[in-house]
Design a protein around this ligand. Structure first.
Ligand code: NAP
Length: 291
Protein backbone atom coordinates (compact mmCIF):
# COMPACT_ATOMS: atom_id res chain seq x y z
CA UNK A 1 0.00 0.00 0.00
CA UNK A 2 1.26 3.49 -0.89
CA UNK A 3 2.23 5.77 2.00
CA UNK A 4 0.91 8.87 0.23
CA UNK A 5 -2.21 10.49 1.68
CA UNK A 6 -4.38 11.75 -1.23
CA UNK A 7 -6.09 15.08 -0.65
CA UNK A 8 -8.94 15.32 -3.14
CA UNK A 9 -12.26 17.12 -3.26
CA UNK A 10 -14.88 19.08 -5.11
CA UNK A 11 -15.38 22.83 -5.25
CA UNK A 12 -18.75 24.42 -6.01
CA UNK A 13 -21.55 26.50 -4.54
CA UNK A 14 -23.81 25.48 -3.00
CA UNK A 15 -22.70 21.91 -2.26
CA UNK A 16 -24.16 19.17 -0.09
CA UNK A 17 -26.00 17.38 -2.89
CA UNK A 18 -22.91 15.96 -4.59
CA UNK A 19 -22.49 12.20 -4.91
CA UNK A 20 -18.79 12.61 -5.73
CA UNK A 21 -17.55 12.18 -2.12
CA UNK A 22 -19.42 8.88 -1.93
CA UNK A 23 -17.94 7.62 -5.22
CA UNK A 24 -14.37 8.77 -4.65
CA UNK A 25 -14.24 7.47 -1.09
CA UNK A 26 -15.26 4.07 -2.49
CA UNK A 27 -12.60 4.42 -5.23
CA UNK A 28 -9.83 5.23 -2.71
CA UNK A 29 -10.78 2.14 -0.75
CA UNK A 30 -10.98 -0.08 -3.87
CA UNK A 31 -7.56 1.16 -5.02
CA UNK A 32 -6.04 0.58 -1.57
CA UNK A 33 -5.03 4.24 -1.26
CA UNK A 34 -5.01 6.38 1.86
CA UNK A 35 -6.80 9.66 1.45
CA UNK A 36 -9.89 11.82 1.59
CA UNK A 37 -12.33 13.46 -0.82
CA UNK A 38 -13.97 16.50 0.75
CA UNK A 39 -16.53 19.07 -0.28
CA UNK A 40 -15.33 22.67 -0.59
CA UNK A 41 -18.38 24.92 -0.72
CA UNK A 42 -16.99 28.22 -2.00
CA UNK A 43 -19.05 31.27 -2.92
CA UNK A 44 -18.20 32.92 -6.26
CA UNK A 45 -16.83 36.02 -4.52
CA UNK A 46 -14.49 33.84 -2.42
CA UNK A 47 -13.22 31.68 -5.29
CA UNK A 48 -10.05 33.67 -6.07
CA UNK A 49 -8.96 33.49 -2.44
CA UNK A 50 -9.71 29.75 -2.25
CA UNK A 51 -7.72 29.06 -5.44
CA UNK A 52 -4.78 30.98 -4.03
CA UNK A 53 -4.78 29.58 -0.50
CA UNK A 54 -6.57 26.20 -0.37
CA UNK A 55 -6.29 24.67 -3.85
CA UNK A 56 -2.46 24.32 -3.64
CA UNK A 57 -2.86 22.14 -0.51
CA UNK A 58 -4.78 19.52 -2.56
CA UNK A 59 -3.56 16.88 -5.03
CA UNK A 60 -6.59 17.43 -7.16
CA UNK A 61 -10.22 18.43 -7.20
CA UNK A 62 -13.39 18.36 -9.24
CA UNK A 63 -15.15 21.53 -10.26
CA UNK A 64 -18.90 21.92 -10.33
CA UNK A 65 -21.40 24.73 -10.82
CA UNK A 66 -21.01 27.67 -10.84
CA UNK A 67 -17.19 27.65 -11.08
CA UNK A 68 -16.53 25.59 -14.22
CA UNK A 69 -15.87 28.51 -16.54
CA UNK A 70 -13.98 30.66 -14.06
CA UNK A 71 -11.65 27.79 -13.17
CA UNK A 72 -11.16 27.00 -16.88
CA UNK A 73 -10.02 30.62 -17.29
CA UNK A 74 -7.72 30.22 -14.25
CA UNK A 75 -6.14 27.19 -15.97
CA UNK A 76 -5.24 29.45 -18.86
CA UNK A 77 -3.30 31.88 -16.65
CA UNK A 78 0.48 31.76 -16.49
CA UNK A 79 1.93 28.67 -14.85
CA UNK A 80 -1.25 26.65 -15.23
CA UNK A 81 -2.38 24.51 -18.18
CA UNK A 82 -5.27 22.64 -19.81
CA UNK A 83 -5.43 19.33 -21.69
CA UNK A 84 -6.50 19.17 -25.34
CA UNK A 85 -10.04 17.95 -24.71
CA UNK A 86 -10.84 20.65 -22.16
CA UNK A 87 -9.51 23.26 -24.57
CA UNK A 88 -11.69 21.83 -27.35
CA UNK A 89 -14.81 21.73 -25.18
CA UNK A 90 -13.99 24.95 -23.33
CA UNK A 91 -14.95 23.34 -20.00
CA UNK A 92 -12.92 21.99 -17.10
CA UNK A 93 -14.26 19.61 -14.43
CA UNK A 94 -11.04 18.08 -13.03
CA UNK A 95 -7.92 19.82 -11.75
CA UNK A 96 -4.56 18.27 -10.93
CA UNK A 97 -2.38 20.32 -8.55
CA UNK A 98 1.39 19.88 -8.59
CA UNK A 99 3.90 22.27 -7.06
CA UNK A 100 1.25 24.95 -6.73
CA UNK A 101 0.39 24.71 -10.44
CA UNK A 102 -2.92 23.58 -11.86
CA UNK A 103 -3.70 21.55 -14.94
CA UNK A 104 -7.30 21.41 -16.10
CA UNK A 105 -9.04 18.41 -17.65
CA UNK A 106 -12.55 17.52 -18.71
CA UNK A 107 -13.70 13.96 -18.04
CA UNK A 108 -17.36 14.52 -18.99
CA UNK A 109 -16.56 13.53 -22.59
CA UNK A 110 -15.14 10.13 -21.54
CA UNK A 111 -17.83 9.69 -18.90
CA UNK A 112 -20.53 10.24 -21.53
CA UNK A 113 -18.93 8.15 -24.27
CA UNK A 114 -18.09 4.93 -22.41
CA UNK A 115 -21.69 3.97 -21.44
CA UNK A 116 -22.93 4.97 -24.89
CA UNK A 117 -20.68 2.56 -26.77
CA UNK A 118 -21.27 -0.10 -24.14
CA UNK A 119 -25.02 0.03 -24.83
CA UNK A 120 -24.80 0.68 -28.60
CA UNK A 121 -21.40 -0.36 -29.94
CA UNK A 122 -22.47 -0.49 -33.58
CA UNK A 123 -24.17 2.85 -34.06
CA UNK A 124 -22.73 4.86 -36.94
CA UNK A 125 -23.86 8.02 -38.74
CA UNK A 126 -26.11 8.96 -35.88
CA UNK A 127 -28.87 11.48 -36.06
CA UNK A 128 -28.53 13.19 -32.67
CA UNK A 129 -30.90 15.42 -30.73
CA UNK A 130 -29.06 17.26 -27.97
CA UNK A 131 -31.26 18.99 -25.40
CA UNK A 132 -29.26 21.68 -23.63
CA UNK A 133 -26.31 23.85 -24.57
CA UNK A 134 -24.43 24.32 -21.28
CA UNK A 135 -21.14 22.90 -20.06
CA UNK A 136 -22.14 19.24 -20.23
CA UNK A 137 -23.63 19.68 -23.72
CA UNK A 138 -20.36 21.25 -24.89
CA UNK A 139 -18.37 18.24 -23.72
CA UNK A 140 -20.85 15.93 -25.48
CA UNK A 141 -20.70 17.95 -28.71
CA UNK A 142 -16.90 17.83 -28.52
CA UNK A 143 -16.70 14.07 -27.99
CA UNK A 144 -19.22 13.35 -30.77
CA UNK A 145 -17.22 15.63 -33.06
CA UNK A 146 -13.91 13.99 -32.17
CA UNK A 147 -15.32 10.51 -32.73
CA UNK A 148 -16.91 11.61 -36.01
CA UNK A 149 -19.98 9.42 -35.44
CA UNK A 150 -22.83 11.89 -35.86
CA UNK A 151 -24.42 12.40 -39.26
CA UNK A 152 -26.30 15.40 -37.96
CA UNK A 153 -26.87 17.00 -34.57
CA UNK A 154 -29.85 19.17 -33.67
CA UNK A 155 -29.24 21.30 -30.58
CA UNK A 156 -32.15 22.68 -28.60
CA UNK A 157 -31.90 24.99 -25.60
CA UNK A 158 -34.37 27.11 -23.66
CA UNK A 159 -32.77 30.16 -25.17
CA UNK A 160 -32.13 29.86 -28.89
CA UNK A 161 -28.94 31.98 -28.51
CA UNK A 162 -27.37 29.28 -26.29
CA UNK A 163 -28.07 26.59 -28.91
CA UNK A 164 -26.77 28.85 -31.70
CA UNK A 165 -23.57 29.53 -29.75
CA UNK A 166 -22.95 25.81 -29.23
CA UNK A 167 -23.59 25.08 -32.90
CA UNK A 168 -21.08 27.77 -33.84
CA UNK A 169 -18.52 26.32 -31.45
CA UNK A 170 -19.16 22.83 -32.82
CA UNK A 171 -18.44 24.11 -36.32
CA UNK A 172 -15.09 25.42 -35.11
CA UNK A 173 -14.34 22.13 -33.32
CA UNK A 174 -15.17 20.12 -36.41
CA UNK A 175 -12.75 21.64 -38.90
CA UNK A 176 -11.34 18.21 -39.67
CA UNK A 177 -14.27 15.94 -38.81
CA UNK A 178 -17.39 17.69 -39.87
CA UNK A 179 -20.60 17.23 -37.88
CA UNK A 180 -23.40 19.26 -39.39
CA UNK A 181 -25.11 20.88 -36.40
CA UNK A 182 -28.17 23.06 -36.33
CA UNK A 183 -29.88 25.04 -33.58
CA UNK A 184 -33.59 24.43 -33.14
CA UNK A 185 -36.08 26.79 -31.57
CA UNK A 186 -39.13 24.59 -31.59
CA UNK A 187 -38.86 20.91 -30.66
CA UNK A 188 -42.12 20.35 -32.52
CA UNK A 189 -40.21 20.89 -35.77
CA UNK A 190 -37.62 18.18 -35.02
CA UNK A 191 -38.29 14.74 -36.56
CA UNK A 192 -37.78 13.03 -33.20
CA UNK A 193 -38.91 9.70 -34.67
CA UNK A 194 -35.86 9.72 -36.96
CA UNK A 195 -33.30 10.48 -34.23
CA UNK A 196 -31.00 7.62 -33.20
CA UNK A 197 -29.80 9.24 -29.98
CA UNK A 198 -31.68 11.72 -27.79
CA UNK A 199 -29.69 13.30 -24.99
CA UNK A 200 -30.98 15.38 -22.10
CA UNK A 201 -28.13 17.66 -20.98
CA UNK A 202 -30.37 20.07 -19.06
CA UNK A 203 -31.38 19.90 -15.38
CA UNK A 204 -34.97 19.30 -16.45
CA UNK A 205 -36.29 16.23 -14.65
CA UNK A 206 -33.98 16.82 -11.70
CA UNK A 207 -35.40 16.92 -8.18
CA UNK A 208 -36.75 20.39 -7.55
CA UNK A 209 -36.69 21.29 -11.27
CA UNK A 210 -39.99 19.71 -12.26
CA UNK A 211 -40.26 16.92 -14.78
CA UNK A 212 -39.10 16.89 -18.38
CA UNK A 213 -41.25 19.34 -20.29
CA UNK A 214 -39.88 18.14 -23.60
CA UNK A 215 -42.58 17.44 -26.15
CA UNK A 216 -40.55 14.47 -27.34
CA UNK A 217 -41.72 11.81 -24.91
CA UNK A 218 -44.78 10.82 -26.97
CA UNK A 219 -42.64 10.48 -30.11
CA UNK A 220 -40.07 8.01 -28.84
CA UNK A 221 -39.78 4.63 -30.52
CA UNK A 222 -38.11 1.25 -30.01
CA UNK A 223 -34.46 1.18 -31.09
CA UNK A 224 -33.65 4.75 -30.15
CA UNK A 225 -31.10 5.55 -27.45
CA UNK A 226 -32.33 7.94 -24.77
CA UNK A 227 -29.52 9.23 -22.57
CA UNK A 228 -30.53 11.38 -19.59
CA UNK A 229 -27.66 13.10 -17.74
CA UNK A 230 -29.86 13.76 -14.73
CA UNK A 231 -29.09 11.24 -11.99
CA UNK A 232 -31.15 12.48 -9.04
CA UNK A 233 -33.66 10.93 -9.51
CA UNK A 234 -32.29 8.18 -11.70
CA UNK A 235 -35.73 7.43 -13.18
CA UNK A 236 -36.77 10.80 -14.63
CA UNK A 237 -39.98 11.35 -16.60
CA UNK A 238 -37.96 11.12 -19.82
CA UNK A 239 -36.34 7.85 -18.72
CA UNK A 240 -39.70 6.33 -17.78
CA UNK A 241 -41.24 7.36 -21.11
CA UNK A 242 -38.24 5.94 -22.97
CA UNK A 243 -38.48 2.62 -21.13
CA UNK A 244 -42.19 2.44 -21.95
CA UNK A 245 -41.45 3.08 -25.64
CA UNK A 246 -38.83 0.28 -25.69
CA UNK A 247 -35.81 2.57 -26.17
CA UNK A 248 -32.31 1.75 -25.00
CA UNK A 249 -32.00 3.85 -21.85
CA UNK A 250 -28.83 5.24 -20.29
CA UNK A 251 -29.28 6.97 -16.94
CA UNK A 252 -27.15 9.80 -15.58
CA UNK A 253 -25.46 7.72 -12.89
CA UNK A 254 -23.57 5.79 -15.59
CA UNK A 255 -21.94 8.98 -16.84
CA UNK A 256 -21.43 10.19 -13.27
CA UNK A 257 -19.45 7.07 -12.40
CA UNK A 258 -17.58 7.19 -15.73
CA UNK A 259 -16.46 10.81 -15.41
CA UNK A 260 -15.53 10.18 -11.76
CA UNK A 261 -13.41 7.11 -12.56
CA UNK A 262 -11.66 9.02 -15.37
CA UNK A 263 -10.86 11.88 -12.93
CA UNK A 264 -9.57 9.38 -10.35
CA UNK A 265 -7.21 7.91 -12.97
CA UNK A 266 -5.91 11.37 -13.90
CA UNK A 267 -5.09 12.10 -10.24
CA UNK A 268 -3.80 8.76 -9.03
CA UNK A 269 -2.84 6.85 -12.24
CA UNK A 270 -4.98 3.94 -11.01
CA UNK A 271 -6.83 2.72 -14.15
CA UNK A 272 -10.45 3.90 -14.27
CA UNK A 273 -11.60 0.32 -14.95
CA UNK A 274 -10.18 -0.79 -11.62
CA UNK A 275 -12.28 1.60 -9.52
CA UNK A 276 -15.39 1.93 -11.71
CA UNK A 277 -17.20 -1.11 -10.21
CA UNK A 278 -16.71 0.23 -6.66
CA UNK A 279 -17.96 3.67 -7.70
CA UNK A 280 -21.04 2.17 -9.38
CA UNK A 281 -21.73 -0.02 -6.36
CA UNK A 282 -21.61 3.03 -4.05
CA UNK A 283 -24.10 4.81 -6.31
CA UNK A 284 -26.38 1.76 -6.52
CA UNK A 285 -26.44 1.52 -2.73
CA UNK A 286 -27.28 5.22 -2.49
CA UNK A 287 -30.20 4.89 -4.93
CA UNK A 288 -31.44 1.67 -3.32
CA UNK A 289 -31.51 3.37 0.10
CA UNK A 290 -33.62 6.19 -1.34
CA UNK A 291 -36.20 4.03 -3.10
P1 NAP B 1 -25.36 24.37 -17.39
O1 NAP B 1 -24.01 24.69 -17.94
O2 NAP B 1 -25.98 25.28 -16.40
O3 NAP B 1 -26.36 24.25 -18.67
C1 NAP B 1 -27.70 23.95 -18.47
C2 NAP B 1 -28.43 23.88 -19.81
O4 NAP B 1 -29.76 23.49 -19.57
C3 NAP B 1 -28.52 25.20 -20.55
O5 NAP B 1 -28.62 24.91 -21.93
C4 NAP B 1 -29.85 25.80 -20.03
O6 NAP B 1 -30.51 26.58 -21.00
C5 NAP B 1 -30.69 24.55 -19.88
N1 NAP B 1 -31.65 24.60 -18.78
C6 NAP B 1 -31.44 25.03 -17.51
N2 NAP B 1 -32.55 24.81 -16.76
C7 NAP B 1 -33.46 24.23 -17.59
C8 NAP B 1 -34.81 23.76 -17.42
N3 NAP B 1 -35.41 23.82 -16.23
N4 NAP B 1 -35.43 23.24 -18.49
C9 NAP B 1 -34.83 23.14 -19.69
N5 NAP B 1 -33.57 23.57 -19.92
C10 NAP B 1 -32.90 24.11 -18.88
O7 NAP B 1 -25.36 22.93 -16.73
P2 NAP B 1 -24.48 21.64 -17.14
O8 NAP B 1 -23.24 21.61 -16.34
O9 NAP B 1 -24.39 21.58 -18.62
O10 NAP B 1 -25.40 20.45 -16.58
C11 NAP B 1 -26.65 20.16 -17.18
C12 NAP B 1 -27.27 18.96 -16.46
O11 NAP B 1 -26.45 17.82 -16.66
C13 NAP B 1 -27.38 19.13 -14.93
O12 NAP B 1 -28.58 18.54 -14.51
C14 NAP B 1 -26.20 18.37 -14.39
O13 NAP B 1 -26.43 17.87 -13.08
C15 NAP B 1 -26.12 17.24 -15.41
N6 NAP B 1 -24.77 16.67 -15.52
C16 NAP B 1 -24.66 15.35 -15.27
C17 NAP B 1 -23.44 14.77 -15.38
C18 NAP B 1 -23.32 13.30 -15.10
O14 NAP B 1 -22.20 12.83 -14.89
N7 NAP B 1 -24.40 12.55 -15.12
C19 NAP B 1 -22.30 15.51 -15.73
C20 NAP B 1 -22.45 16.87 -16.00
C21 NAP B 1 -23.72 17.44 -15.88
P3 NAP B 1 -30.23 28.13 -21.22
O15 NAP B 1 -28.78 28.28 -21.59
O16 NAP B 1 -31.13 28.47 -22.34
O17 NAP B 1 -30.54 28.79 -19.92
Amino acid sequence: MSSKYWKLGIVGWPLGYSLSPLMHTAALKAAGLEGEYKEYPVKPEELDHWLETEAPKLDGFNVTMPHKQEIAAWCRTEGNSQDAFSVLSGVVNTIVMKGGRASGHNTDGDGFWTPLVKHKPLLIKWQVLLLGAGGAARAIAAVLTLRGVAREMAVWSRRLESAERLVEETRKMSRNASVPALAVKDLGSVPVEKCDVIINATPSGMEGEGDAPFPVTSRLRRGQVVYDLVYEPRETGLVLAARKAGCTVITGDEMLAGQGAAAFEIWTRVPAGKVLPAMKKALDEHFAARS
